[in-house]
Design a protein around this ligand. Structure first.
Ligand code: NAD
Ligand code: UDP
Length: 323
């Protein structure tokens, strides 16, 4: 067991953030969860509110924050294309101003800081699988750019604070991650397909469905983030965190139909602009530097996620999936 620390999790009421808060509390740390509840909710952390080591602070990271902490996990930022494109200016501000504010805080209190970066920094990649030294192929002016370029600029800021101010930084590049507590209406492929299948509605496959992604179950991902925070000060990353087993969207649709026993049929819809054709992490660096690799196969992670959405659907709280 490591020494108890005061840890700040921005975006702590979101999908990944809520699991991270839970894990850190389980390890005996004090956790301050900062969130503006844009895509996150109190419900995600309701079960933690009685814990005296847990505190929730409503705050937008585009404004400065002053708290005394030892470590910062910077997760605040909508992750689903539907939500990050809803207010693209705010998305860029969240990534860029949010990073400046959290790095400024880390500098002031000498905290270690980890950035939740993304495979989107690689854009629509020309090399496959993606290694950390690949610089990416990102459209700077498209509808996904607010997220992709915001996250790229945040990485730049992290490395400049490291070079210029000797800050202890960690940059994790997260690939598609899924699990319980994803929002049923957030438009990401796994939540969409499961909600559609459970309601026997058409499964909305964009384009031909031949584009690929590699899906990591949330517990594996959280373990990677925590391991990365614990590395020696000279380990800055970037480090890819994701499950390298790749699936096409058609394969995913078929698997979800099978696991839910659904009567849904597939409906093909237009491919969104700049939708990456393929994505698979090279996790060699994570294996070497964190001794980390994902353990949970898609089929098993999907079963847990389907159970979560079944409860939501049967309690009547699920709107139709976003298309
Ligand atoms: P999410 O939308 O569930 O969580 C994001 C959280 O940040 C929400 O609780 C939201 O309310 C909060 N937030 C947004 N803007 C904020 C602001 N200005 N101030 C304070 N809080 C704000 O998404 P997630 O899947 O949990 O993603 C968490 C982080 O991980 C994000 O930074 C995302 O870019 C990154 N990431 C996630 C994935 C994935 O597949 N889930 C992949 C790559 C990167
Ligand atoms: N997708 C799909 N149907 C949906 C939602 C998404 O076919 O209902 C596709 C989308 O076009 C993309 C892939 O699934 O190729 C993953 O989309 P998601 O929004 O989950 O993540 P990202 O594109 O950011 O990897």
């Amino acid at each position: 067991m490591q020494q108890a620390k005061r840890v700040l999790v921005t975006g702590g009421a979101g999908f990944l953030g809520s699991f991270l808060c839970e894990r850190l509390l389980r390890e005996g740390h004090e956790v301050a969860c900062v969130d503006n509840f844009f895509t996150g909710s109190r419900r995600n952390v309701a079960h933690l509110l009685d814990n005296r080591s847990f505190e929730i602070i409503r705050h937008d990271v585009t404004f400065p924050l002053y708290v005394e902490v030892d470590e910062i996990y910077n997760l605040a930022c909508p992750a689903s294309p539907v939500h990050y494109q809803f207010d693209p200016v705010q998305t860029t501000k969240t990534s860029v101003h949010g990073a400046i504010n959290m790095l400024g805080l880390a500098k002031r209190v000498r905290a270690k800081i980890l950035q939740a970066s993304t495979s989107e920094v690689y854009g629509d990649p020309e090399i496959h699988p993606q290694t950390e030294d690949y610089w990416g192929r990102v459209n700077p002016i498209g509808p996904r750019s607010c997220y992709d370029e915001g996250k790229r600029c945040a990485e730049t800021l992290f490395f400049d604070y490291w070079r210029q101010h000797k800050l202890r930084i960690k940059v994790a590049r997260i690939f598609n991650t899924y699990g319980p507590r994803m929002r049923p209406d957030d438009g990401r492929v796994i939540s969409n397909f499961i909600v559609q299948a459970l309601q026997n509605q058409p499964i909305t496959v964009y384009g031909t469905g031949e584009q690929s992604r590699s899906f990591c179950y949330v517990d594996d991902l959280i373990d990677g983030l925590v391991r990365m925070m614990q590395t020696a000060d000279d380990v800055t990353g970037p480090i890819n965190l994701g499950n390298p087993v790749e699936f096409t969207m058609l394969e995913l649709a078929e698997l979800v139909i099978e696991l839910t026993g659904s009567r849904s049929k597939i409906r093909f819809l237009p491919l969104p602009v700049d939708d990456p054709k393929q994505r698979q992490p090279d996790i060699g660096r994570a294996l070497r530097e964190l001794n980390w690799r994902p353990r949970i196969a898609l089929r098993n992670g999907l079963a847990k996620t389907i159970a979560y959405f079944e409860d939501l659907v049967s309690s009547g709280h699920v709107p139709a999936a976003a298309e």
